[in-house]
Design a protein around this ligand. Structure first.
Ligand SMILES: [Zn+2]
Length: 318
């Protein structure tokens, strides 16, 4: 065979293998005959691909399925424990890390406070967290296959952080830093985009074509799903709606603009207002929610100002 023929032969094989793998992953337990019927691939091809997937530990065989007459077929299922992955949610004042199996099931969860948004400090905390999650991963054929990090800022098409106003970071190649340290493929995404994608795959967005995800923390982030795909725009930085100007003459924002939405409706806005009202020495969200339940009139007024929705909820506290 010529080189190009070998290349296309290998490509076809790869495609067929991934079709068979997807069929097992999405429909397992499933028999070889069912896979052949569902995918349109002939039985010999399915059989070869299944053997390779079994050898690679990506699928397992179990017992016997229902027979439609004759010998009962052996059933195949996806080995979700062939490897594990790490997910990091980098907040402005916290880092949340999880370890999941290949089906997205949570195995471990760790939460750390982030006392300072200084890049060096944050990098140190991220390293500690990733190392501890790697240690906690059960034995598996492939170990940790990937790390995904959601960050509160703009991430470009090359996974570089362009600007993270609330962390005061710009032009940080966090993906490269993590990959150089751990030698594990790493993916970076804006936290609201990652959240939108996660809800689309596993949560509230499942089976929904178009979805808007709003993440309200210290800032406000939004992720947009169109036709079940994450919409990122041509520059890769759509959905930065927390920095949408709602008051052109408003306060100055850390992004350089004025009157951004997140200055009025975020957790950061609530804490800033509480601080200004001198409610207590150390004010955090937990404290404000407890006070609201006790019908503290100043706190209720703050929540009232924060958003219309809080108004009806605050009334329930009376
Ligand atoms: Zn802004």
């Amino acid at each position: 065979m010529k080189t190009t023929q070998i290349a296309s032969h290998n490509l076809v094989k790869q495609i067929n293998k991934s079709i068979v793998f997807e069929a097992i992953k999405n429909n397992g337990p499933v028999s070889r005959a069912q896979i052949s019927k569902e995918t349109g691939l002939n039985k010999a091809t399915v059989s070869t691909m299944v053997s390779e997937l079994l050898d690679a530990s990506f699928v397992h065989e179990i017992g016997e399925g229902k027979s439609s007459g004759g010998r009962k077929p052996v059933m195949l299922y996806f080995n979700q424990h062939a490897g594990y992955s790490i997910g990091i949610d980098l907040g402005v004042n916290y880092i949340l890390g999880i370890l999941t199996d290949l089906a997205g099931n949570k195995v471990e969860k760790t939460l750390m406070d982030l006392p300072s948004p200084q890049l060096d400090d944050v990098l140190e905390q991220i390293h500690i967290m990733i190392e501890s999650l790697i240690e906690k991963a059960p034995e598996s054929p492939y170990g940790i296959v990937g790390i995904g990090i959601g960050v509160p800022g703009q991430v470009d098409q090359e996974d570089k952080i362009l600007f993270a106003p609330n962390l005061k970071w710009s032009d940080v190649n966090l993906k490269k830093i993590i990959e150089d340290t751990f030698q594990i493929p790493t993916k970076l995404e804006n936290e609201a985009n990652a959240g939108a994608h996660g809800e689309q795959l596993y949560g509230a967005g499942k089976n929904i074509s178009n979805q808007v995800y709003i993440s309200i923390g210290i800032g406000i982030g939004t992720g947009i799903i169109i036709n079940q795909q994450l919409y990122k725009g041509t520059s890769g930085i759509s959905g930065e709606m927390g920095h949408f100007t709602i008051d052109a003459n408003g306060r100055k924002c850390s992004c350089g603009s004025r009157g951004c939405w997140e200055l009025y409706a975020s957790e950061g806005a609530l804490l800033a207002a509480a601080h200004k009202a001198k409610i207590a020495e150390n004010v955090d969200l937990e404290f404000l929610l407890t006070e609201a339940k006790k019908a503290n009139p100043v706190v209720l007024q703050l929540l009232h100002t924060l958003g219309g929705k809080y108004r009806s909820r605050a009334r329930q506290y009376h």
